[in-house]
Design a protein around this ligand. Structure first.
Ligand code: PLP
Length: 391
């Protein structure tokens, strides 16, 4: 037996595993509605695709870009902060990454050592925890409870024997859809600054909120790492482009790590992405679809299935409380896939301790899929719970 690293012994990313299972059933002829994955069904903006085609046609794209990204794209990202948030930054603050996913890996490597502790509001995005475990960083769950509006509690961290070295927050939040107000964000930034805790602010779902504005932590903290990207609002998931605003002390380390990890993000995709910030008219049509999809799920799904669901104010997820139906969301997700043809993700992905009571449904897909999902899920719930059909 050859040696395998202990660090690679991390939990499975269940949402992605669910996608693999659903695709396998589809290959055997099943008709599956995909609510398991946080991926817009809409295409990248037309002007972005056109810019990529032109750049490739001019053969301007065959080589590496500089590691921190194509300068024009870094300028466009800095301009976006000025226009969207009235926040001043420049090319030198911006690093373009391969999805926001590598921005997390780079941030963890730049900011933390083996054995450091990082607090994670829980439920939360599983890759933070899994990646940290692979790097020997200790993720510490910071419960975000339904009874407290799913908000992470700073007072709770103050009560711990030891303060964490870092804190990751995401607003809008995956899977709960909680959107922090600017005041709440400032309070978190101030708490971290006062205690020397490195804040990582995941802002990948910015632009996707329903009645609540999304603010950036950049306004309130000079030491925070701000992470965002093109996968969600910009509908460019497969382009694998993200970015970060680097605090001054980490810009050098992040550049060196990037050079050694992947050299540069794909150059053609970066050339296309320069145009993304001009595509708001097209992109805002997608938000209307998410808003309609959200309503279809909230108004259409049976209360037994929705339970005490999370706010759903931003991102494109509904975190349903299925405890009236089952105490095993992994099994329920499996039954929904095989018996109803609807792929969803168990809450265990986001919260190992409490996630068995929850399922996450993504409403990033098409509106017709949402209608069909409601019909299938309700039929399944009626049969499973012997309810009188409301259909
Ligand atoms: C909270 C959160 N952060 C980051 C990511 C990673 O996105 P990407 O690597 O596509 O930018 C996701 C993907 O679903 C997410 O939900």
């Amino acid at each position: 037996m050859l040696k395998q690293s202990k660090r690679s012994n991390i939990p499975t990313f269940l949402a992605l595993e669910g996608l693999v299972k659903a695709r396998a059933l589809e290959a055997d002829g099943a008709d599956i509605i995909h609510l398991e994955i946080g991926q817009p069904s809409s295409a990248a903006p037309a002007m972005v695709t056109q810019a990529l085609i032109e750049a490739v046609g001019e053969n301007d794209t065959h080589g590496y870009s500089v590691s921190l990204g194509v300068p024009e794209l870094r300028d466009a990202i800095a301009d976006h902060y000025k226009r969207s948030y009235d926040y001043d930054c420049g090319r030198g603050d911006v690093a373009v990454t391969v999805g926001s996913s590598t921005a997390f890996a780079l941030s963890f490597m730049a900011a933390f050592d083996v054995g450091d502790k990082v607090a994670l509001p829980t439920p939360g995005y599983p890759a933070y925890r899994n990646l940290m475990m692979a790097m020997g960083i200790e993720p510490v769950a910071l419960p975000a409870r339904s009874s407290e509006g799913w908000m992470p509690s700073l007072a709770e961290m103050d009560s711990w024997d030891e303060l964490p070295d870092g804190l990751i927050i995401a607003s809008p939040h995956n899977p709960t859809g909680v959107v922090l107000s600017d005041e709440e964000l400032k309070e978190i930034c101030d708490w971290c600054e006062a205690r020397g805790v490195r804040l990582i602010s995941d802002e990948i779902y910015h632009g996707l909120s329903y009645g609540k504005p999304t603010s950036t932590a950049a306004h309130h903290s000079k030491s925070a790492i701000i992470i965002s990207g093109f996968s969600k609002y910009f509908s460019m998931t497969g382009w694998r482009l993200g970015w970060m605003l680097m605090p001054e002390d980490l810009a050098g380390p992040i550049q060196q790590l990037t050079e050694n990890l992947y050299i540069s993000a794909p150059t053609p995709n970066q050339m296309g992405a320069i145009k993304a910030f001009e595509a708001h008219d097209e992109l805002n049509e997608n938000i209307k679809r998410y808003e309609a999809n959200r309503q279809i799920l909230l108004e259409g799904l049976l209360p037994e299935f929705l339970g005490d669901y999370a706010p759903c104010d931003g991102a494109f997820y509904l975190y349903a409380d299925i405890s009236a139906i089952s105490d095993d969301s992994l099994q329920l997700a499996d039954e929904l896939l095989h018996q109803a043809g609807v792929a969803v993700t168990s809450g265990v992905d986001f919260d190992v301790a409490q996630g068995h009571k929850h399922l996450r449904l993504s409403f990033a897909g098409s509106t017709s899929d949402m209608h069909e999902a409601v019909t299938r899920i309700n039929r399944f719930v009626v049969e499973k719970c012997h309810l009188k059909s409301t259909a």
